[in-house]
Design a protein around this ligand. Structure first.
Ligand code: MN
Length: 243
């Protein structure tokens, strides 16, 4: 069997405020992800996304890098996070990525794997769950996208500041996933492996679902270093960093 692998990333929070992270992403595509069977991006790829019509130079550079990567023949699958939920089909068309619904179950090298951004698992954060319901409403999104770009940019900045301040004040158990919810969604999806991001707590957790050993893999956030999960076709699983 020839060894091959698939890569998962999330929570890059790409923004013109953090040019270093964008550099890491370009380096990642050229070096670390260049031989992948596929690349999965599980949300919060951008720090904030106010609409596919926001064609500022920073966004265009990221899109070009993604387009060159998909053009090399490697499929990229993209799931929304709670910060870039306004990414739509124009972005997908321009970059060649395939948008994924949440949740998605994939079959990877013979194993069923559940993919989530991860915020839906943080059920103790009631305020976030309420706003999540609204953010994921297609009608609401369409109404927002009808606003002038300038106004959306203004609200995007406010949203980013407010979200950052709130997170820094929340207790630990509210910021993290609810264990019962993890069991519930994995049982419903009939899978023993879950991959998600959002919490910025990279780890491979061994868990037990109805007396069967299972795994919850949490992807790491990027900032001054890159972070990715590599799953090989011989079942090797590695969470890796680079800078
Ligand atoms: Mn998130």
């Amino acid at each position: 069997m020839t060894k091959s692998h698939t890569i998962f990333i999330s929570d890059l929070h790409l923004s013109e405020m953090y040019p270093k992270t964008a550099e890491l992403f370009f380096q990642f595509l050229k070096k670390h992800a260049k031989d992948a069977d596929a690349l999965y991006i599980l949300g919060d790829f951008f720090e904030v996304w106010v609409g596919d019509d926001d064609r500022n130079p920073f966004n265009e550079n990221i899109k070009t890098a993604l387009r060159d990567y998909t053009a090399s023949g490697i499929p990229v699958y993209f799931m929304h996070g709670n910060r870039d939920f306004l990414i739509r089909k124009h972005f997908a068309k321009e970059t060649g990525v395939t948008l994924l619904k949440e949740p998605t179950v994939i079959n990877l090298y013979g194993e069923r794997i559940l993919l989530l951004h991860g915020d839906s698992l943080c059920t103790l954060d009631e305020r976030h769950q309420k706003s999540r319901k609204i953010m994921h409403n297609y009608f609401y999104q369409t109404m927002v996208l009808l606003l002038p770009l300038k106004i959306r940019k203004h609200y995007g900045n406010r949203f980013r500041t407010a979200s950052g301040q709130r997170k820094s004040h929340l207790p630990d158990n509210i910021m993290d996933v609810t264990p019962d919810e993890v069991i519930r969604v994995m049982t419903a999806a009939n899978t023993n492996t879950l991959i998600h991001g959002h919490t910025h707590r990279p780890a491979i957790h061994a868990i037990d679902i109805n007396n069967v050993p299972a795994k919850r893999i949490v992807l790491g956030a990027w900032h001054n270093k890159g972070s990715y999960l590599k799953i090989s076709n011989d079942s090797e699983v590695a969470l890796l960093n680079f800078s």
